[in-house]
Design a protein around this ligand. Sequence first.
Ligand code: 3PG
Length: 397
Amino acid sequence: MKLKSIKQIKNLTGKKVLLRVDFNVPLTGGKNPKVAEDMRITESLPTLKYLLNKKAILILVSSLGRPNGVRVPELSIKPVAKKLEQLLGKKVLITPDCISDETKKIIDSLKPGEIVMMENAEYHSEEKNNDVKFSKRLASFADIYINEAFAKSHRAYATMVGVPKFLPSYAGFLLEKEIKELSHVFNHPKRPFVALIGGVKISTKLGVIKNLLKIADDVMIGGALANTVLKAKGISVGRSIVEEDMVKALRKLKLTDTHLHIPVDVIVSDKMTKNAKAKVKAAGNIAKNEYALDIGPDTLKLYDCIIRESRTIIWNGPMGMFENPKFASGTVGVIHAVVHSSAKIIIGGGETAEAIKSLKSFMHFERSNIYISTGGGAMLKFLEDKTLVALKPLIKK
Ligand code: 3PG
């Protein structure tokens, strides 16, 4: 898939560019929030710097969290704009919202090479509703629209699919890079090609699992979502997190597929707290009062074997409740297997990236064969459908 690149734009000097970024980053610090992890911001810096060097006027728009159309003060974009200011070493103005006259006034006062960030787009319910008037108003502030928000490109929101109806539209460098890296798995991946899918909700991952079973050589399942799969196989999972309404849907899947691997053993406890006592149990032996909170050592051995043999690996979602060290060994073990592999490795999802980065310093894994995507849901949707709804207006004819 070829997207219209910003390199195609002839003259950017003094042009107002509405740049949709996904700076939906984790915050820390309660009442004085600060950006806890800035990968999504740093990954967009090449596009920002390119446009600023070309003397465009930059209007950034992003959402943060899920305010659901309400001005939730804790989800203000201010700490994000501050972080961006530090990273760019340049003043970043902030507008009070996305559409008011006050916002228009601020934008109109900008000079070439200057930058403003709009307040959280999802403070407006029109964003999620893909409201036409809202899109038109936003488009009226700019000459050009650029989508740099790969992680949001699976959403048919106003700033993703509405605005490009009214402006010449292009893909930013990060969006282009993400599509190129992920397309690799469809375009003759080196085999064995394997996928590792973890996390909590099978409902958000069933589509991609089905598709991966068609294109990959092996699919390994971990995390809380494995409990729902175990239950669908008729295995009792005690008090473990299960998506009951997915059990039926899973039974329609060929759960005996020899390329679909599910935990043979698990780490269980009767508590999820720090002082919980962890025990290894066969997947079929989980007691009524127990939660399965990580994959067990035998499962890890099996997954490690598959990972070490493979030449392309996709990984989305941790193998267990890794925030608690008692239930982190599955995720940490998989990280070890992955970083010792010379396969092409694509990792996605905020939690997976967080887990791998927390071990980065001692693992020295900074290697060109490992690609960490900024997308979670978007990465899964792309691997399921081979496209994303927001890419349509950007495709080169
Ligand atoms: C993400 O965090 O993956 C993106 O910002 C998309 O968020 P959403 O799935 O909550 O819309």
